[in-house]
Design a binder for this molecule. Structure first.
Ligand code: ATP
Length: 294
């Protein structure tokens, strides 16, 4: 990236560009924790004896801010039952993505607790958190190294058959088999130029290999063309199947089909319930639903 592009992108998307830039600098030997971003907690922090005794993710009276004195989340409590679909909805800037990052253990709360199976995420080693919960977004996390290196990050020691199965599960096996050097093909900067959709398929294949039971899905606005987006959505649906999903909903049907909808407004959860219940309550969700329809 030229300096000018870098600076202009940093103004638009500071966290994203730093993460991508950071990725480019990494060699393949990065820990699993790196897959989804940078924790504000030391990578080596955490107590290996702290392990979850279940799969429920709970936020308990959480307060969080990126800068001291400016809370982005306040008094947030939320229970994510194993196997359920939870949708976070609300106006832009309300704190949905931030809550998603906390539920995935990317950041720790300022006060309050985020627990998985009774254990606090911020007390667990990042590797332990990553084995159970992953954040899925549209940032391209392709590292310098071969396609094999990029996949092995998610499960060290996986056999080739497992790597191909993961690529197959996300509809990437056909193009990967067509590469001259197959799994040895260099990807990342300077290597084979992956399309954005292929980069996302690699990220999804890593998820299949890492096999976390809970996913936090930040749908964000798609950077892909509609055909690639539809194709990727089918792969994603397969990856989501059978897992607990917290979706930051930017689209109507995600919220409509969720078991629990949490409306986030100004850093707080203002409404919680199923679609029919919240429409009947005629509050903020009902207004959002009407505006989406309109
Ligand atoms: P959107 O629907 O637009 O994605 P959102 O509900 O997900 O919005 P967040 O992205 O969580 O909201 O942002 C909540 C607040 O935190 C906003 O004021 C935003 O500017 C701020 N914020 C988000 N990310 C960062 C960051 N990395 N550093 C500093 N402030 C941030």
């Amino acid at each position: 990236l030229t300096t000018g592009v870098l600076i202009s992108q940093m103004l638009v998307d500071p966290l994203g560009i730093i993460l991508r830039w950071y990725d480019e600098l990494q060699v393949a030997q990065v820990s699993l924790a790196r897959l989804v971003g940078v924790r504000d907690i030391e990578p080596d922090a955490g107590d290996a004896s702290v392990t979850p005794k279940g799969r429920e993710v709970l936020a308990d009276d959480v307060h969080f801010g990126y800068r001291s004195g400016v809370d982005v989340l306040r008094e947030v409590s939320l229970a994510v039952e194993p196997g359920s679909r939870v949708a976070l909805v609300g106006p832009s800037g309300a704190g949905k993505s931030t809550l998603g990052r906390l539920l995935a253990g990317i950041y720790g709360p300022r006060t309050g607790r985020i627990t998985l199976g009774g254990a606090e995420l911020s007390d667990m080693p990042a590797e332990e958190v990553r084995a159970h919960v992953a954040l899925v977004n549209q940032e391209h996390h392709v590292f310098v190294g071969s396609l094999r290196d990029n996949l092995l990050l998610a499960r060290t020691g996986a056999r080739d058959a497992e790597l191909w199965a993961a690529l197959g599960a996300v509809d990437a096996a056909d193009w990967a088999r067509a590469l001259d050097e197959g799994l040895e093909t260099e990807v990342g900067s300077g290597g084979f130029a992956l399309t954005p959709a292929q980069a996302q398929q690699i990220a999804l294949a890593r998820l299949v290999l890492a096999d976390p039971h809970t996913l936090v899905l930040d749908e964000a606005t798609s950077l892909l063309d509609p055909r690639a987006a539809r194709h990727l959505e089918r792969s994603l649906a397969r990856v989501l199947d059978g897992r607990t999903v917290v979706a930051i909903a930017h689209r109507l049907h995600t919220a409509h089909d969720a078991d629990v909808i949490a409306v986030v407004e100004n850093g707080r959860i203002s409404e919680l319930g199923g679609h029919d219940q919240l429409v009947a309550a005629d509050g903020a969700y009902a207004a959002l639903w009407r505006s989406w329809h309109g």
